[in-house]
Design a protein around this ligand. Structure first.
Ligand SMILES: *Cc1c(COP(=O)(O)O)cnc(C)c1O
Length: 363
């Protein structure tokens, strides 16, 4: 008997596994494994979410017009070139569906966000992983990896899980080096945390190019990961393609309302940024003092390196931290088995991490 079979590349996929959220036998474990906001959603977003309960019976606005207008006003964008999604993952999937086909190629960097590989495989495309230099995307290596079959280059900027980034000059050089029919997707999931003169999420590049898309999310800085809300800014032709294939109601009403409210709550956003600046730098210093290498990060997480050989390896550190109720992210799936990724948490969590790592690294 034959059974229905998905296309072969789908059977080759290893499903995405999110950050561990509980520890067997431990009550009240602290989750620092998914780069979520330790401050949670802001008061305005919570209130909008609660009010949305009154309209659960109604379909949401399929055009998400208020949300488009709020994003456009905030960043000075053309609302018609914005597409919203059920998380930015939804938008990455739609870009893959629209621009990849069987046998085509999608490029991402060696330790780039894992979902890009899955998007390629889901569409029968070949995921092409390009080596990084010092844990950073390598523009020349990416350009050298382009073939006649390349359709998309995915770059998380800053990248998860390394926390490294490409300057806007480097991103421009990459765009200029790509054929005009290759889509450059700039995933700015952590863009709101960055304030450096040499960084840009790429809005101007999208405005002035026919082949650059920037994706953003409400999951990180705005603390709305559970609601699933992302957006992208695209050339008109890309927005047109995405609007044809997206679900007609792909952004739920509560997410739309909470998204609009989040953009208006600049006080909460500033608080989240200030908290992250302070504690990320504090964690970097304290962990470095313990003799562990930490990759400098401009996002809301840190990549901590452990000794591969000694008994003080990353898996041992993970076990020790979990015994202390702390969940960090293991990175075997990212090709970084000797590292753990730590999300910046609340003060008490950050201090608990340092206390546990002090004990772990001591004799
Ligand atoms: C967290 C994250 C996202 C966000 O995904 P959502 O679907 O919007 O929650 C996207 N890209 C990267 C690199 C991330 O780390």
């Amino acid at each position: 008997m034959t059974i229905p079979r998905p296309q072969p590349s789908i059977l080759a996929m290893e499903p995405y596994i999110g950050g561990q959220s509980t520890i067997d036998g431990v009550e009240g474990a602290i989750k620092l494994s998914s780069n979520e906001s330790p401050l949670g959603a802001g008061p305005k977003a919570r209130e909008a979410f609660l009010q949305a309960a009154d309209q659960l019976n109604l379909y949401p606005d399929g055009a998400a017009q208020r949300l488009h207008d709020a994003i456009a006003a905030r960043y000075g964008l053309d609302p018609d070139r914005i597409v919203c999604g059920n998380g930015s993952d939804d938008l990455l999937s739609l870009l893959g569906l629209a621009y990849l086909d069987v046998g085509s190629e999608a490029i991402y960097s060696e330790h780039g966000f894992l979902f890009y590989k899955l998007v390629a495989q889901a569409n029968g495309a070949v995921p092409v992983s390009v080596p990084e230099t010092d844990l950073k995307a390598d523009v020349d290596a990416i350009m050298a990896a382009v073939s006649a079959k390349t359709r998309i280059v995915f770059i998380a900027n800053p990248n998860n899980p390394t926390g490294t980034f490409l300057t806007i000059e480097e991103v421009k050089r990459l765009r200029d080096g790509l054929r005009s029919d290759i889509l450059l997707v700039l995933d700015g999931a952590y863009a709101e945390y960055v304030h450096r003169d040499d960084y840009s999420a790429g809005i101007e590049l999208v405005t002035n190019s026919e082949n650059v898309v920037m994706t953003r999310t409400f999951s990180k800085i705005y603390g709305l990961a559970s609601l699933r809300l992302g957006w992208c800014y695209c050339p008109v032709s890309v927005a047109d393609a995405l609007n044809r294939i997206r679900g007609p109601f792909n952004v739920n009403g509560a997410a739309q309302a909470a998204g609009v409210a989040s953009l208006a709550d600049t006080a909460h956003e500033e608080k989240a940024i200030a908290h992250n600046d302070h504690w990320r730098d504090w964690l970097f210093e304290e962990i470095t003092k313990l003799g562990l290498k930490v990759t400098p990060s401009i996002a809301n997480f840190l990549l901590i390196h452990f000794d591969a050989e000694s008994p003080k390896s990353a898996p041992q550190a993970d076990r020790f931290l979990q015994k202390n109720g702390l969940i960090l992210r293991r990175l075997e799936a990212y090709g970084l088995p000797h590292c753990l990724r730590l999300t910046v948490g609340l003060e008490q969590a950050n201090r608990a991490v340092i206390a546990a790592l002090t004990e772990f690294t001591g004799d």
